[in-house]
Ligand binder design. Structure first.
Ligand SMILES: [Zn+2]
Length: 239
């Protein structure tokens, strides 16, 4: 009887070990795929200035323009956050072949974070100061989340604060629908609404509205709080 129990617990342990091993391998593969742009940087990209990598397919005469755009975007962030932006690798893609390999075609640019590092990927049609400043804004938010930032950013940090802050350094006029904003003037009910929409923030049908409301909610909070305060006290701010 005792031997049977031993056999059973031994089999269970093996079962759990197999599952753990499987999870570890799956996590590792997902990370490798996520990191492909970082892992292939030496083969596929040219570093034209510290932390600025452009696809080797991009003609060399574009370099100065790219460096200027990224530097302007960093300066805009430094001004907004009142502190120097920590360096972050920016990978600039050139055409749809690059995009197919390293990005999603439908987005202009994106900020990516893994357990070990973070970086920005910019599609060629996202190569302008507003869009790069926006992604560097996400990087600045991420930096301020402190220890365990990867998990906070993934599971806990409100998307509306993340996007609302990034939109403060992104001067595109796309997210200023006056009619929509006039219906959402009460900041505390607006914040409640945005917290509720956290899991559906990027759903196609509502994302324009969510971005617009987040930009407005954050700009209202900024009248009385610093960006750092809003990021670090997001749970205190909950209405
Ligand atoms: Zn964003």
């Amino acid at each position: 009887m005792i031997d049977n129990i031993k056999d059973y617990s031994g089999a269970m342990r093996k079962h759990w070990l197999k599952l753990l091993y499987f999870l570890f391998v799956a996590f590792f593969i997902v990370n490798i795929v996520q990191h492909r742009v970082v892992l292939l940087r030496r083969i596929y990209f040219r570093e034209i200035s510290p932390n600025i990598y452009v696809s080797k397919r991009m003609p060399i005469n574009y370099n100065v323009n790219v460096i200027n755009i990224v530097n302007k975007a960093i300066q805009r962030n430094n001004q907004f956050f009142q502190s120097k932006t920590n360096p972050i690798d920016c990978f600039i893609l050139f055409d749809s072949t690059d995009t197919r390999l390293f990005s999603r075609i439908e987005t202009f640019a994106s900020f990516k974070a893994s357990l070990w590092t973070s970086w920005i990927v910019v599609n060629y049609d996202g190569l302008n100061t507003d869009i790069i400043a926006h992604e560097i804004g996400h990087h600045n938010v991420y930096q301020r989340l402190g220890t365990l930032r990867y998990f906070k950013h993934m599971y806990n940090f409100p998307i509306w604060i993340d996007e609302g802050i990034a939109l403060q350094v992104d001067f595109r006029t796309d997210f200023e629908d006056r009619e929509l904003l006039s219906k959402n003037q009460d900041i505390s009910s607006l914040m409640k609404l945005l917290y509720r929409r956290n899991n559906s923030f990027y759903n196609d049908s509502d994302s324009y509205e969510n971005y617009t409301l987040s930009k407005y909610a954050v700009s209202t909070l900024l009248k009385t709080h610093s960006p750092d305060y809003i990021i670090k006290n997001y749970d205190v701010l909950y209405p």
